[in-house]
Design a binder for this molecule. Structure first.
Ligand code: GLC
Length: 635
């Protein structure tokens, strides 16, 4: 090759090298070609200088916005399920958040195991050019419930029955500690759905059918959780509980379906709770899979941008539900991302398609299909929440070692919650309290099963039942509680069905099997059909044949149709989904603790009445037990 040619070639190589080294641009409109991840080992000087704790949050946000590339902004708008991404990807694609879905736990499912896993993702984020901290999220809807053998508190419907906002504040404080110990920053809770039709599988995640009670409980939970360092998330925006039976999506009877509601219902029954949550400072709001008047919420700019961000002046993060944008109409992910982000969604909660979303955000910004103002608004909100929650600057050391699972303080809070959630609905001939009974039979498929007591969102997404291999979770059952008290009161506890004739009273503990979301949708709600345990009816028949007074305890996520059986029961207690501290139920039935709860939802007489609530009385309000009903025992 001639000298001239060689020199020319060397010149071309030199120029190419100079151009490529400039392609990692600092300006926010960087169109970085090819959108390969641009990453370079951070020189810590740069990230520390960018965040200055002596400056205002607004000043710090501006500094980042002016320095971030489009790739870095797109990465911040993604929240990826932990099993779909590696720490290296977090670093290379500047991912702003990782989350653990229901049941998604590290192999080492202990506090230490969780902390080590979350640490790896957070450590990867610090290796990026600007070192923007990553926040880790999960659904701790009744305690840190993915974690095995942790304390599980009653599900929301039981807390709604207690009506005790101070109590839920204690639960929020305990949960915050449990989450911090695991390295978790963001809790996709509380669900602030207003229950409308109890055939919905998420009824137990609702505090009530009464928007005012939902608001009281939700605000206490949100403010206490955030005061203790965990980002709260009011969900699912909006009117998720108003969907019509039979309109379900994703193969469900009802869940993710369509709500036919007018403006006044939307404003008064559903938006009102969010307005209060925004005023209380909630830092994130999750969009519902469902639709209103046949428009998917995930693409509804009127709901998100106009009513939430503009009218309510919400300055926090709007996050999609799990892969929620992929339910939107559109040719491909690009179209769906454009629709969802332009509607006002700031963070995309994604599992396997997060890279498509990453590329789509960048491409749409370059094409102008998503304006840079919208991208910058989303990133501003993300940075603001991270800064307001203290994620920048010096971090406190791990408290993993300071928190012990099932510690006595949290156990007592859970026991208090169980006791205050029990609703006494019938007490004929003063069959309760039981303390003066000598021979008590405790029978039924839910009498000795921790998995049934906990319900869905416990260790796995759908929860599970105790079996021959052992208990689903650590804790105590209803039967454990009666056995504990037997000694104290000299009671003889009978569990053998062949000895029921020796009992003075039979306590039959019936229930539902654990379920979550649409898998719990149930069109029958009877005691022997739908999401119920197999032996409910058989247990009742055995109890009736003994011709002894029968007290029924129902462990369920919602009311069920019991009208035809109720007259055969002397006593009836609704225990909802009490969680791992079931033994305290015996103390209440013995009379050591009093019944104080009231129904947070209407108890229907027949299935054809549904939906029936205080706000929805199609054929008059002929409930079996009305909203707010509940008996006490005068000792
Ligand atoms: C689920 C639920 C939502 C939850 C999310 C992440 O599908 O709808 O409540 O926060 O996914 O687990």
């Amino acid at each position: 090759m001639g000298k001239k040619r060689l020199a020319f070639l060397m010149l071309v190589i030199l120029i190419t090298g100079i151009i490529s080294s400039c392609s990692i641009s600092n300006n926010s409109n960087n169109s970085g070609s090819g959108h390969k991840a641009v990453s370079s080992q951070i020189d810590n000087q740069e990230s520390e200088s960018l965040y200055n704790e002596n400056n205002t949050i607004d000043h710090n946000i501006t500094a980042f916005l002016e320095n971030m590339t489009l790739e870095e902004k797109a990465g911040q708008m993604l929240q990826v399920e932990r099993q779909s991404i590696s720490p290296k990807d977090v670093r290379d694609f500047f991912i702003g958040s990782v989350f653990a879905a229901g049941g998604s736990s590290p192999d080492d499912n202990t506090i230490e195991g969780w902390h080590s896993m979350t640490d790896q993702f957070k450590g990867a984020a610090t290796q990026t050019r600007l070192g923007i901290p990553l926040v880790f999220g999960t659904d701790a809807v009744h305690g840190n419930n993915n974690l095995k053998d942790t304390i599980i508190y009653p599900h929301n419907i039981g807390l709604g029955a207690s009506g005790d906002s101070e109590l839920i504040g204690k639960i929020a404080s305990a949960t915050a500690l449990e989450l911090k110990a695991a390295g978790i920053d963001w809790n996709f809770s509380p669900c602030v759905a207003v229950s409308n039709d109890i055939r919905w599988g998420r009824t137990y995640e609702c505090f009530s059918e009464n928007p005012d009670l939902v608001t009281i409980m939700a605000i206490s939970y949100i403010t206490t959780l955030q005061k203790n360092g965990i980002i709260a998330c009011a969900k699912h925006y909006v009117a998720d509980g108003a969907v019509k039976f039979g309109s379900g999506d994703s193969g469900f009877l009802m869940d993710q379906g369509n709500a036919d509601i007018n403006q006044k219902e939307l404003d008064d029954n559903y938006l009102a709770v969010y307005r209060e949550a925004v005023n209380a400072g909630v830092k994130s709001i999750m969009i519902s899979f469902s639709s209103i008047n046949n428009e998917k919420n995930h693409g509804n700019k009127y709901l998100i941008q106009t009513r939430l961000k503009d009218d309510m002046d919400f300055k926090g993060i709007v996050v999609s539900d799990y892969d929620g944008i992929h339910q939107l109409k559109g040719h491909d992910t690009y179209d769906k991302i454009v629709l969802a982000v332009n509607a006002g969604i700031d963070v995309l909660m994604e599992a396997s398609r997060w890279r498509e979303c990453y590329e789509a955000i960048i491409k749409a910004a370059e094409n102008g299909d998503i304006r840079m103002e919208r991208i910058n608004d989303a990133v501003t909100r993300i940075l603001r929440v991270k800064m307001e929650m203290g994620k920048f600057g010096k971090q406190e050391g791990t408290i993993a070692g300071q928190y012990s699972l099932r510690n006595s303080v949290h156990k007592q809070i859970a026991e208090e919650a169980v006791a205050k959630s029990l609703v006494l609905l019938k007490n004929s001939n003063n069959v309760l309290p039981l303390k003066n009974k000598k021979n008590i039979a405790i029978i039924g498929p839910a009498s000795d099963n921790l998995g049934i007591q906990c319900g869905g969102w416990t260790k796995t997404w759908q929860g599970g039942q105790d079996d021959k291999k052992g208990r689903w979770m650590s804790g105590t059952t209803v039967l454990d509680g009666f056995k504990e008290l037997a000694g104290q009161y000299g009671t003889n506890i009978i569990t053998d069905m062949s000895r029921l004739s020796q009992a003075d009273v039979i306590v039959a503990v019936l229930g539902e099997y654990p379920y979550a979301e649409g898998k719990g949708d149930d069109g029958s709600l009877s005691l022997n059909k739908g999401t119920v345990l197999d032996y409910n009816q058989r247990t009742l028949e055995e109890a009736y044949s003994a011709k002894k007074p029968v007290v029924v305890i129902l462990i369920s996520g919602r009311p069920r149709i019991i009208t035809d059986e109720l007259n055969k029961w002397e006593g009836f207690v609704e225990a909802w989904l009490p969680g791992t501290e079931g033994s305290v139920i015996a103390k209440v039935l013995y009379g050591d603790l009093e019944f104080s709860a009231r129904l947070p939802v209407t108890w229907p007489r027949t299935i054809i009445q549904l939906p029936i609530t205080l706000n929805n009385q199609a054929d008059g309000y002929n409930a079996l037990f009305p909203y707010g009903y509940g008996l006490s025992i005068k000792n």
